[in-house]
Design a protein around this ligand. Structure first.
Ligand SMILES: NC(=O)c1ccc[n+]([C@@H]2O[C@H](COP(=O)([O-])OP(=O)(O)OC[C@H]3O[C@@H](n4cnc5c(N)ncnc54)[C@H](O)[C@@H]3O)[C@@H](O)[C@H]2O)c1
Length: 461
């Protein structure tokens, strides 16, 4: 018997390379459409300076009017058109202009296709889109075709087709297509980015980000129930850009590194279907979006990223924002702090720096001095005004200010269409991974060969 067993195991060992066990699932490939002939990338796209930027807003629900208000505080901006399905929303936005002593803008309202008239207006330089997720890309593409730059709320695109269409249209028309990702302009994130770029954290090897925000107070305020409906129909991280954007910037994604593949894992859905049942009595047969979704990404240069999504559990708000470097660590939620090797801290900053180790966060007074020293140059310029105008504590104003600053000078924008693509592609690609037992899914090089042409992220000045 012993001999038979021995022969059995020996034959398994000898034959094992030939047994077709799919022990290493292959990566799910994604399609990269060929770049049309004569079309080139829009990396560091420069355009004709526009000293007086004429803006049309499309989508004036909960988010849009705040942007209208913020833009009234930026010199060299003219708000010429306001568009929403609902007349009461365009009227409310015009009241903001009136209150600020500015001329009223043209109003467009009535149905979901009235925006066509706005993208066709001749006297508009920038279309600012804050409609629901489903219409973002369609409006953005049409606006670029009519010769306008576009700024689109997050997430700007929901499918791979939409992402590639935005890229192709921006490349073909040479118009800016920027996603309005405000979280990269938060004070802690900008300061930390500056620390990373000055080498304080060493090489950043791992990053984390998230959107963890119970949306129960908002669900019934979204126009036409678009947000819950999207969650009901789609599994995966449907809102990844707030978490992923700041991490990608710190890792110079498509400016020396690129996202290679992701794997995603989720829980079952409990919170949102229960909410629907409680509010409407409807029993949801299949609610696709799990309560908690985790996605891991590996980059070409061997770095890792963890992104999470949860809009239903009773948890404190968190975008996580965490960077692990070879010499230091930054963390925003729930505790904002830095941990650094003692040797990394200038003795002028902390007299007892030799005693500091990365085993705990630096003391509050050291953190304060560090944050002042590494304040990002673009924050130095505008901090006071940003805090006064506001918008998530000021970051929304910095985003709008930078958009206008660059357009007025013809400079490349801080975020290009490839950032938009990389940060949005988690929406369709995590769904593919989850529907295939968390299989790895390839993340395409949206620059189609240009990912290491640029040497790191630089904000134009
Ligand atoms: N960056 C951030 O911090 C942040 C915060 C909140 C919302 N957002 C984003 O802003 C966008 C809008 O969110 P919201 O909370 O204002 O939603 P909302 O439902 O309150 O507003 C959407 C508005 O778009 C209008 N609309 C829809 N389709 C239209 C069309 N075809 N033409 C014209 N108007 C149309 C609706 O009438 C509604 O007023 C979303 O993409 C959301 O993710 C971003």
């Amino acid at each position: 018997m012993k001999k038979i067993n021995f022969l059995f195991f020996l034959s398994i060992i000898i034959l094992s390379p030939f047994i077709p066990i799919d022990a290493q699932p292959s990566i799910i490939k994604t399609n990269i459409p060929t770049r049309p002939l004569g079309q080139t990338d829009v990396l560091e796209l420069t355009t004709e300076p526009i000293p007086n930027v004429r803006i049309a807003f499309i989508g004036l629900g909960m988010r849009g009017p705040g942007a209208v208000e913020r833009m009234t505080h930026i010199p060299g901006v003219e708000i010429v058109a306001l568009c929403d399905v609902l007349e009461k929303n365009t009227q409310k936005a015009n009241a903001i202009l009136e209150k600020r002593g500015l001329p009223k803008a043209l109003e467009f309202h009535g149905d979901t296709s009235v925006w066509h008239k706005v993208t066709a207006l001749p006297n508009v330089d920038l279309i600012y889109i804050a409609t629901d997720w489903k219409s973002h890309a369609t409006i953005g593409i049409q606006a670029m075709k009519y010769g306008k730059h576009v700024a689109i709320e997050v997430p700007a695109a929901m499918t791979m087709d939409e992402i590639w269409s935005l890229i192709n249209t921006s490349e073909k028309t040479r118009k800016h297509c920027m996603q309005l990702e405000n979280c990269v302009y938060d004070f802690f994130e900008l300061t930390t980015l500056n620390m990373v770029q000055q080498g304080l954290l060493g090489e950043v090897i791992h990053g984390e980000g998230a959107y963890i925000h119970g949306l129960q107070p908002y669900w019934d305020q979204y126009w036409d129930n678009w947000r819950m409906e999207f969650n009901e129909k789609h599994r995966g991280d449907v809102y990844p850009t707030h978490g992923l954007g700041p991490v990608c910037q710190a890792m110079n994604i498509h400016r020396g590194d690129k996202l290679n593949y992701l794997v995603s894992l989720d829980t079952k859905a409990i919170g949102n279907p229960a909410y629907i049942k409680e509010k409407t009595g409807r029993e949801v047969k299949e609610f696709r979006n799990g309560d908690h979704t985790m996605t891991m990404i590996r980059t070409e240069k061997g770095k890792s990223i963890l992104i999470e999504h949860n809009v239903t559990s009773p948890r404190p708000y968190s975008r996580m924002y965490q960077l692990t470097g070879t010499k230091g660590f930054a963390n925003k939620y729930p505790t904002e702090g830095y941990a650094l090797d003692g040797g990394e801290i200038d003795s002028k900053i902390a007299a007892n720096h030799e005693n500091l180790t990365a085993h705990s966060f630096v003391p509050e007074d050291v953190k304060k001095v560090l944050m002042e020293k590494y304040k990002h140059p673009i924050v130095k310029d505008i901090e006071e005004k940003a805090k006064q105008v506001g918008g998530h504590g000021g970051m929304d104003f910095i985003m709008d200010y930078r958009l206008i600053y660059c357009l007025q000078r013809g400079l490349p924008l801080d975020m290009d269409v490839y950032d938009l693509a990389e940060w949005c592609c988690l929406i369709p690609l995590t769904e593919i991974s989850l529907d295939n037992n968390s299989a790895p899914v390839e993340i395409p090089d949206f620059t189609r060969g240009g990912w290491d042409k640029l040497d790191g992220l630089k904000f134009a000045q």
